[in-house]
Structures are given as structure tokens and as C-alpha cells.
Write a protein that binds this ligand. Structure first.
Ligand code: AMP
Ligand code: ZN
Length: 121
């Protein structure tokens, strides 16, 4: 059995996690990074990613459960720190083509600062 590589040299978000591509970082640990989206869809639009390369939600394994849980804990921490936790915010994972996933390294969108439509487009 071949081990799954934990980083992909051709992946934009692996390169951001590795420091090769600059980003406007909001948070960094060995496990997670968070940075401002360069094409924001709301006044606040932050992406939260694992440093490990996981292409889509379909590629998650049971061992990733803690990491994904901590992505949501981090979203709530950032919301409190940036002062929009009580007002409200949205967290979104897009998976594959019909959901509009464009970067194939999982990331949690954290959106805030405007009224969010429902259902999402
Ligand atoms: P998705 O379409 O769900 O895969 O989300 C990818 C997100 O990454 C989009 O909101 C893009 O605006 C954002 N994005 C693409 N390149 C960069 C970058 N270099 N730094 C920060 N955000 C980026
Ligand atoms: Zn990656």
C-alpha cells in the first residue's frame, strides 16, 4: 500500500501552508491555517484549511475527524475575536463541480458582515 502524500507540490493551498505562496494569514498552527480570501464574497471572507493535503470532502478519512472538528472550532474563535460571533456568520465547504469547488484542497469558508441569502445559490 502506498502512503497518501501529505502535501501536493502543485496544490495552491499546500504552497500557502508551506510558505511558498504568500497569503494574508489570520491564524497558523502545525495543523491549520486561516487566511483572507483574495476574491471575497462578503465583507469578511476567511478560508480555514488543514496543512495536510486533502483534495475534497470525499477524500477525508476517519483520522481527519479531529482536524475537521477543529476547523469549526477555529471558525468560531475567529468570529469571537473579530467581533461578529453574535451577529452571525456562515461556514461552507464546497465539494466538487456542482458545488463550485475550484481549489482541490479542502477549505472551510467563513463568511460574515452581510445578510446571507438562503437557500445558497
Ligand atoms: P472554492 O471555490 O470553494 O474551491 O473556494 C476557493 C476560494 O479560494 C475562492 O473563494 C477563491 O477566491 C480563493 N482563492 C483562490 N486563490 C487564492 C489565494 N491565492 N489566496 C487566497 N484565496 C484564494
Ligand atoms: Zn493541498
Amino acid at each position: 500500500m502506498t502512503a497518501t502524500p501529505h502535501t501536493d507540490p502543485d496544490c495552491l493551498f499546500c504552497r500557502i501552508a508551506g510558505g511558498e505562496v504568500p497569503a494574508d494569514l489570520v491564524y497558523r498552527s502545525d495543523e491549520l491555517i486561516a487566511f483572507n480570501d483574495t476574491n471575497p464574497k462578503a465583507p469578511t471572507h476567511i478560508l480555514i484549511c488543514p496543512t495536510e493535503h486533502i483534495a475534497t470532502l470525499n477524500d477525508m478519512e476517519p483520522r481527519h475527524a479531529g482536524t475537521v472538528g477543529r476547523m469549526f472550532l477555529l471558525a468560531a474563535d475567529i468570529a469571537r475575536e473579530q467581533g461578529f460571533a453574535d451577529q452571525g456568520y456562515r461556514t461552507v465547504f464546497n465539494c466538487n463541480r456542482l458545488a463550485g469547488q475550484s481549489v482541490f484542497h479542502i477549505h472551510l469558508h467563513l463568511l460574515a458582515g452581510r445578510l446571507m441569502g438562503w437557500p445558497p445559490g
